[in-house]
Structures are given as structure tokens and as C-alpha cells.
Design a protein around this ligand. Structure first.
Ligand code: MAN
Length: 345
């Protein structure tokens, strides 16, 4: 099938070497999964920057936040209490840790392609529920403010935190809105039937799985009427886990949501879902084939290969600029026509 997604010829837009580390003791290992938005005529990205100390042979060392200070956990690779099979996580003495600590960093662009990265983090993990960092932030302008829904990671699990800002200088923290295990939360850009709406992705331990749920709220803080709207599909490209990308796009055919799906081999692709404009719990269509697959070299090889993952886009008329993380290492961009995507659903 002919691809309807055109990758930016300038890809990758950002790589770890473009990001100054947040402290001299850390190196930037990955820059990935940006939230995207427009502010005062510019495109903003809220990048996930994943850092750790430079790795020494024979050791794994990872930063953990402890009362706002970075502490380094350092474990010998041959320690019998260490289990490490995934580049993103390891288990030590029965407890799980991430191999990197992520914060959120702003980058700005006049043309949506060339970005200038701010020298310091915009947001770092705060408090007991973010000691392993904050990740994969969706940004949406709703009710006169920007709302940031992000993954908060700690020994207590992976949940969804909420922050608001008007000016990208001062931030208001609203705490965890979806407790563990939950991630991939994206707000709708406007009220529908008198409510605010959010996608999220709770994970079932036994029954259930990694499915997309939809909820509504009177105030963006309190969420209810949770309903599962899309499950994984056995044997297909989205058989293992699925999760929403950024906010859905309002079209004359319905709400178009771009989501990620992974298979048993953790190969991440992007697909589309179409929801009823007035009753978003009603799913009207879903892509059979992926809209985008990891086929470029930089999408197949990296920190965690075979990944295209999006949680940020900017819409301009019929054109959507999709910002995405490639192989959990780099930030890239791609463009598509919304009408063309709708035809594929
Ligand atoms: C998974 C991956 C990682 C992420 C952790 C915590 O292991 O998505 O990239 O850091 O979950 O969210």
C-alpha cells in the first residue's frame, strides 16, 4: 500500500547531541515522544529527555530522584540480584527501575522543522510519585489554558499527572488524575455534550489488557463514566498494547484519533480511530493496516528499535504535522492529509 505519510526530509529533527544535559553528571541518552502545540505564532515541542550517567563497563547506573535530589543507583552487571533484559527497565532485588530518568524540555520553532532547545528543563519530576521521572506529555489548549497530561513514574507505579500553564513560564500542578497503572492520556480540545473528555490507558493485570479507555469530566480534574472503546486485536499489528496519541482532531466525519499499537515483538506502529462527533464513546471506524510503520533506518535502530510513537501533532487545515519518537532515541516529523487518513479508515 502506498504510504500516505511523508517523513520530513530533515529527519531526525532532534537528537540527543542537540540537548544540553540537565546536570554535568548526566548524559542525554534519548530525546523522544514530544507533545506539540502552537504558542504566539511558533511551534512548541515539549520533549521527553531521558538521561543517565555515562555507563561504565560492567555496571548499570541510573538516576533516581530523592527529595528533589538526583541519587545514582549503581549495580554490577554480574550481580545475582540484577535482572536486565530490556534496555528501558531492569529489576534489582525484586524491584523494578527505569534505566534512564526523564524530564520535559521545551523547544521552539518558526517553521515547525528547525527547533531551538531551551538550555534547562521546563519540568522535572516532583514528589513521591515522580521519582523515576516524567514522560510522554500530551499538550492541549482547552478552556483558555494549556493542559499537560504526562506519565508520572515511581516505585509506586506509572500514572497520569496533570499540569496547566498559560504562558510556559509558570505551571500549576494538579496531581495524579489517573492512578497506576495508567498512561497515554490525551484531552479532547473542546467540550462535547457539556463535558471534557480524555483518552487514557489503564492496564489489566489478569483479565483485560492494554486498551484505550475514554472518560468524561465536569472540570478536567475529576474523571468518570470510564468506558473501554478499543482493545488490542490478536494476530494484528496492534495485538499487544494500544494507546492514544495526542488530542483527537475534529473533522466533519467525526473525531479522528491517531493511536499507537504494538505487537508481541514490541514493534510500534500508528493507526487511526474515528469517533462520533456528539457521542465519542461510539467508534465509527478503525484502521485495518497501520498508517505508519517503523521502516526508516532511524526508526528501526536505536535505544529501543522498531518504534514510531506519537503524542504530539499540529493541524493546519487539511495538513497534519505528526511529531514522533523514532526508536525511543530521536524526534522526527511527518506530514499527512487528514482527508487521506479518513479514506483509509
Ligand atoms: C515502558 C516504556 C518506557 C517507559 C516506562 C515507564 O517500559 O514505555 O519507555 O519509560 O514504560 O513509563
Amino acid at each position: 500500500m502506498v504510504s500516505i505519510i511523508q517523513r520530513f526530509p530533515e529527519n531526525p529533527l532532534l537528537r540527543p547531541a542537540d540537548i544540553p544535559a540537565s546536570t554535568p553528571d548526566l548524559t542525554v541518552e534519548c530525546v523522544l515522544n514530544p507533545g506539540a502545540f502552537r504558542y504566539r505564532g511558533r511551534t512548541g515541542l515539549l520533549l521527553r529527555v531521558a538521561e543517565r550517567p555515562r555507563q561504565e563497563p560492567g555496571w548499570i547506573s541510573t538516576p533516581v530522584l530523592d527529595a528533589g535530589q538526583i541519587k545514582i543507583l549503581r549495580v554490577r552487571q554480574n550481580d545475582p540480584d540484577l535482572k536486565s533484559t530490556d534496555p528501558r527497565v531492569f529489576t534489582y532485588k525484586g524491584r523494578q527501575y527505569l534505566t534512564t530518568l526523564s524530564h520535559l524540555r521545551l523547544a521552539w520553532s518558526e517553521d515547525g522543522i528547525h527547533f531551538t532547545v531551551e538550555p534547562q528543563p521546563a519540568l522535572l519530576g516532583v514528589g513521591d510519585h515522580e521519582t523515576f521521572g516524567i514522560e510522554d506529555c500530551r499538550v492541549e489548549f482547552v478552556a483558555g489554558q494549556y493542559w499537560l497530561t504526562y506519565t508520572a513514574v515511581s516505585e509506586f507505579g506509572v500514572g497520569v499527572g496533570l499540569i496547566s500553564t498559560m504562558d510556559w513560564q509558570t505551571y500549576t500542578r494538579h496531581g495524579i488524575i489517573f492512578p497506576p497503572h495508567n498512561k497515554d492520556c490525551a484531552l479532547f480540545p473542546e467540550k462535547v455534550a457539556g463535558h471534557y473528555w480524555a483518552f487514557h490507558r489503564p492496564s489489566g493485570l489478569g483479565l483485560g489488557g492494554n486498551f484505550i479507555w475514554l472518560s468524561r469530566s465536569p472540570d478536567l480534574l475529576h474523571w468518570g463514566d470510564h468506558r473501554c472503546i478499543a482493545a488490542t486485536r490478536p494476530g494484528q499489528w496492534d495485538s499487544e498494547r494500544i494507546g492514544a496519541g495526542a488530542a483527537p482532531i475534529k473533522t466533519e466525519r467525526g473525531w479522528l484519533a491517531i493511536y499507537h499499537g504494538a505487537d508481541q515483538k514490541s514493534r510500534y506502529c500508528l493507526g487511526g480511530l474515528l469517533l462520533d462527533l456528539n457521542d465519542p464513546y461510539r467508534v465509527l471506524a478503525r484502521s485495518r493496516e497501520p498508517l505508519m510503520e517503523p521502516v526508516a533506518d532511524y526508526e528501526q535502530r536505536g535505544f529501543f528499535g522498531n518504534v514510531v510513537f506519537t503524542n504530539g501533532h499540529v493541524v493546519d487545515g487539511d495538513s497534519i504535522a505528526i511529531y514522533y519518537g523514532a526508536s525511543d532515541s530521536l524526534v522526527c516529523g511527518a506530514r499527512a492529509s487528514i482527508q487521506e487518513i479518513l479514506k483509509r479508515l
